[in-house]
Design a protein around this ligand. Structure first.
Ligand code: AGP
Length: 372
């Protein structure tokens, strides 16, 4: 078993470390020399894709968080309305779908019962289903109209890490491809995004090289009961994902909030020395959001919170309000989740270890949930 873990103590650590390769492998062969996307493997014709007037993403857990992030990219790049729903909720609703709806089912295992039932529900109503899946020949891709595989390689640890990053890559490829076949009018931007995406694997590698202080910080928080996570825009689902990792691995009460919602309730939770992880948007791009999060940090710190700040290199505005500062490389806004999630995975994994928990097999959980 030690050999299977490639020298790491846990599969999770190995899988975290494999992320740069997983990301690169998922891009491999899907971008041609001219910088265009070649997704012929997605057997939905260009003319069918041109007719799509709504995208609905269904998934569970971490895959659902990937879907939440994808919504920002899909709507921004394609101008097609996109909804994201938990598969377990979707299937018991009366969703409004037809042949022009593209349903994207995201699943690492391809065997999650809730997602499978949701996709059947969608197909019964005439929608086309595209699976984004990591497991060749599994049930979800078999029952879908088309599939785009993520190439993360087998994921063994119950807590999903490399699958998540590759799900983001696959969703972005689909979004860009939709933009490409539909001739969305942002011509130059598509090329720039593809170039940035090709570089992201190196950025993830750089993040992994700087994780020792994150591990130290995690160990120092082993006695805490609660950690909150704040983010906005694509940083909001990142906050949700950070909280989910902490729940499953450290068995701590962890919750993610949209930073803009703080004043609508959650700020009442802030008390002395409460650790709050803040995912800070890039100060370039949508700088309004950046400034708003900086004022949120001021507000919660004034109420005693201990801020753990994830911010881009060179973002000096956050320094006065950060009790702990975790730097990530500067990336375009929509790509930030691919680098910002990594420290949160490391943080949760180290906290689990420090609390004496089983990292690869957390209590009460199964790798793939094949029951309702
Ligand atoms: C993630 O860490 C979880 N173990 C879980 O939320 C998982 O992402 C979810 O059950 C969906 O699984 P799937 O991707 O195999 O469908």
């Amino acid at each position: 078993a030690a050999a299977e873990k490639g020298g790491y103590d846990y599969f999770m650590l190995k899988e975290i470390a494999e992320q740069p390769k997983a990301v690169a492998d998922t891009l491999l062969g899907r971008i041609d020399a001219a910088g265009s996307l070649t997704l012929d493997e997605v057997r939905i014709s260009a003319s069918e894709l041109r007719e799509v007037d709504k995208v609905v993403i269904i998934a569970c857990g971490t895959a659902f968080h990937a879907g939440l992030i994808a919504k920002y990219a899909i709507e921004h790049w394609t101008r097609i309305p996109c909804e994201v729903e938990l598969a377990s909720e979707f299937r018991y609703r009366d969703p409004i779908l037809d042949q022009q709806t593209l349903v994207i089912a995201i699943s690492q295992s391809g065997e999650t019962m809730d997602t499978l039932m949701a996709l059947r529900h969608a197909r019964e109503q005439g929608a086309r289903v595209l699976a984004i899946c990591n497991t060749n020949g599994s049930t979800i891709p078999r029952e879908s109209d088309a599939v785009l595989y993520t190439h993360a390689g087998p994921e063994v640890a119950v807590a999903s890490t490399k699958a998540f990053l590759t799900q983001l890559v696959a969703c972005y490829l689909v979004a860009l491809y939709l933009g490409q076949v539909r001739g969305t009018k942002w011509g130059d931007e598509i090329g720039a995004v593809i170039r940035d995406l090709s570089r992201i694997s190196n950025e993830v590698e750089r993040v992994l090289e700087t994780m020792e202080p994150v591990r130290e910080l995690a160990r120092s928080l082993a006695g805490k009961n609660t950690v909150l996570f704040l983010g906005r825009h694509v940083g909001y689902p990142v906050a949700l994902e950070g909280a989910l990792k902490l729940k499953e691995l450290a068995y701590m009460h962890a919750e993610g909030f949209a930073a803009g919602e703080l004043k609508h309730g959650p700020i009442a939770l802030i008390e002395d020395d409460l650790p709050v992880v803040v995912v800070v948007p890039s100060p370039r791009g949508r700088s309004v959001l950046h400034d708003k999060i900086v004022s949120n940090m001021q507000e919660i710190r004034a109420r005693g919170a201990r801020t753990i700040v994830i911010a881009e290199e060179g973002d000096e505005a956050v320094v006065p309000y950060a009790d702990h500062l975790i730097r990530i490389p500067a990336t375009p806004t929509l790509l930030q989740p691919m680098v910002a999630t990594v420290p949160l995975q490391v943080f949760a994994c180290e906290l689990a270890t420090a609390r004496g928990n089983e990292v690869d097999q957390p209590r009460n959980l199964a790798k793939s949930v094949t029951v309702e």
